[in-house]
Design a protein around this ligand. Structure first.
Ligand SMILES: NC(=O)c1ccc[n+]([C@@H]2O[C@H](COP(=O)([O-])OP(=O)(O)OC[C@H]3O[C@@H](n4cnc5c(N)ncnc54)[C@H](OP(=O)(O)O)[C@@H]3O)[C@@H](O)[C@H]2O)c1
Length: 319
């Protein structure tokens, strides 16, 4: 009899869920296997979204994803939203072969998404596309304060972001609300930037890069995921949105705060020429900064949990 009761409870639960989730919204996440995407899927599914993940392997392990597919087979028909977080990591040498991968995983994938949307009848199209971009859009801008109205900058990374965003904007012609999320350095456990910083600072060899005056627009990964969920739920948000914390740091102050958080001294600065020698074009980008502010998110009422770097480090280093 207890088994019968248990079975009844499961059926009743499913009925309730299908009643509630019958009206649930569907979201397709490209790059769902990545650092930001993994946690985003579980956040969305816990809010009642049905989440489909897109990965080149056609499978994955992120919690909260009900179905995986490949980019070629992804079906965007009748989904409410698409989130595109695809992108070959840019923190590697900018060789011609790598540049092709940077381009195809960003501009190429975005073009494919828009192509799929364009092939759908109006009533079956997603309502919103949240497309990753990066603060590299602004190029190197010294102390200039950069909200979303600032013009794009110059150089390889800026040109790539412009092309990436222009590919996403094309979805607007099909009635889709498009958000171009200009993401800063994402700090979170398991993230490439944070883990690298932790390795060198914990070893006591972390120091500022170049003169350290360049601004680093950072964001805690939880806030970035929350900002994506917020953007899905706020139709008034549209266009460029800076995905950065409200208090960017110069590279020198970021280095000091990181060293303090792990109880080490700040080591010698890394000269700019060494960065360029070791990392090539990417080394040059590390010496450029963007004092980006999340004006659109703040205007729309988004509340950051980790607005200040000290709060983010308190959470990430001491948790
Ligand atoms: N993390 C940051 O600090 C940061 C800063 C600025 C901007 N962004 C942007 O934000 C997005 C998400 O960042 P993330 O840190 O989550 O990235 P990530 O962990 O590197 O994941 C990116 C995803 O893109 C897919 N991908 C990688 N290379 C690809 C290729 N050559 N072709 C097609 N797909 C490819 C991968 O999916 P599969 O292998 O499963 O196909 C991967 O899951 C990216 O577009 C990134 O450029 C990140």
């Amino acid at each position: 009899m207890p088994t019968f009761r248990k079975g009844f409870r499961v059926v009743a639960n499913c009925a309730l869920q299908s009643y509630v989730f019958g009206m649930s919204k569907r979201v397709v996440i490209y790059g769902a296997s990545g650092f930001v995407g993994k946690g985003l899927a579980s956040m969305l599914s816990s809010e009642g979204w049905e989440v489909m993940g897109v990965s080149r392997k056609g499978t994955g392990a992120a919690p909260g994803i009900s179905k995986w597919t490949t980019p070629a087979e992804a079906d965007l028909s009748d989904c409410d939203a698409v989130v595109n977080l695809s992108g070959e990591p840019i923190d590697q040498r900018w060789t011609e072969a790598n540049k092709r991968a940077f381009h195809s995983s960003r501009v190429g994938v975005t073009n494919d998404i828009v192509q799929k949307i364009s092939a759908l009848a109006e009533e079956h199209r997603p309502k919103v596309l949240i497309n990753a971009s990066a603060v590299g859009y602004y190029g190197g801008r010294g102390d200039e304060i950069l909200d979303e109205h600032a013009a794009h900058g110059a150089g390889y990374a800026a040109d790539l972001c412009v092309e990436w965003e222009n590919a996403a904007i094309k979805a607007e012609a099909f009635g889709v609300r498009v958000i171009r999320l200009r993401i800063g350095v994402v700090l979170g456990r398991g993230g490439r930037a944070f883990e690298k910083l932790m390795t060198v600072f914990k070893a006591g060899i972390g120091g500022r890069l170049g003169n350290g005056k360049q601004w680093t627009p950072w964001i805690h990964v939880d806030d970035l995921r929350r900002a994506i969920v917020f953007s899905l739920n706020h139709p008034e948000l549209q266009g460029a949105v800076n995905g950065t914390a409200p208090y960017p740091e110069t590279n020198a102050s970021l280095s000091r705060k990181l060293a303090k958080a792990v109880h080490r001294w700040v080591f010698l600065p890394v000269p700019g020429w060494v960065l360029k020698l070791v990392f090539g074009g990417f080394g040059g980008a590390l010496l450029e900064g963007q004092r980006a502010l999340p004006s659109q998110l703040l205007k729309a009422g988004f509340e950051f949990r980790y607005g200040k770097l000290e709060d983010a480090l308190q959470d990430l280093v001491h948790m």
